[in-house]
Ligand binder design. Structure first.
Ligand code: SF4
Ligand code: SF4
Ligand code: SF4
Length: 184
């Protein structure tokens, strides 16, 4: 009887030790590395302007990761972004496809608040929630959040939004966002 109990105890201890070892092994397993789409997305400027003809930077990154889109469709990123994407994909950089636009200095949206009628159409169009305002009251752009995507311009019924150079105080961080090569 004692032998049977001892045997059961040994078996139980062995099972408990095995489960503890398995648990420890799981806890020490490193998290899965980022996907190719994640890495490509991190190289894009996050302007969310859709000039690449995808619904933002992330869908474009996913299409490139699937091999369904070329690396030269992002005007805000320009040559710096193309070079970074090419490096990540082990490819040779190619020129920006002009069909998607041209690369130029960053410009941010500004609202002429004296003409704004508070229709909120620009708020609905902004992909990064960079415009604040209440219905029928003037709206304004949060310069530190604006990416210069221009998507708020077409819906404005009174044409009171234009683009201008970023204020000097925010130029440095914005430039860092839009130039993944020099910021890495
Ligand atoms: S063109 Fe570039 S910045 Fe604009 S949405 Fe596409 S990937 Fe993003
Ligand atoms: S405020 Fe206009 S230009 Fe700036 S991110 Fe929003 S939609 Fe784009
Ligand atoms: S779309 Fe033009 S008028 Fe309407 S809230 Fe925006 S800035 Fe004002």
């Amino acid at each position: 009887m004692l032998t049977v109990l001892s045997l059961a105890l040994v078996v139980g201890l062995a099972a408990w030790s095995a489960s503890r070892l398995a648990g420890a092994s799981q806890a020490n397993t490193p998290p899965p590395s980022s996907s190719l789409a994640d890495r490509l997305d991190q190289l894009l400027p996050q302007t969310q302007c859709r000039q690449c003809l995808f619904d933002g930077c992330r869908p474009y990154a996913e299409a490139m990761a699937r091999g369904e889109a070329d690396i030269n469709r992002c005007p805000p990123g320009g040559d710096a972004t193309i070079t970074a994407l090419a490096r990540e994909l082990g490819r040779t950089p190619i020129p920006l496809n002009p069909a998607h636009g041209v690369h130029g200095p960053l410009r941010l949206a500004r609202i002429d608040e004296s003409r704004c009628i508070g229709c909120r159409l620009c708020i609905k169009a902004c992909p990064v929630d960079a415009i604040v305002g209440a219905p029928k009251l003037m709206h304004t752009v949060i310069a530190t959040d604006c990416t210069g995507c221009e998507l708020c311009l077409p819906p404005c019924p009174v044409d009171c939004i234009d683009l201008g150079p970023p204020p000097t105080r925010i130029l440095a961080p914005v430039t860092a966002i839009t130039d993944p090569v020099t910021s890495s």
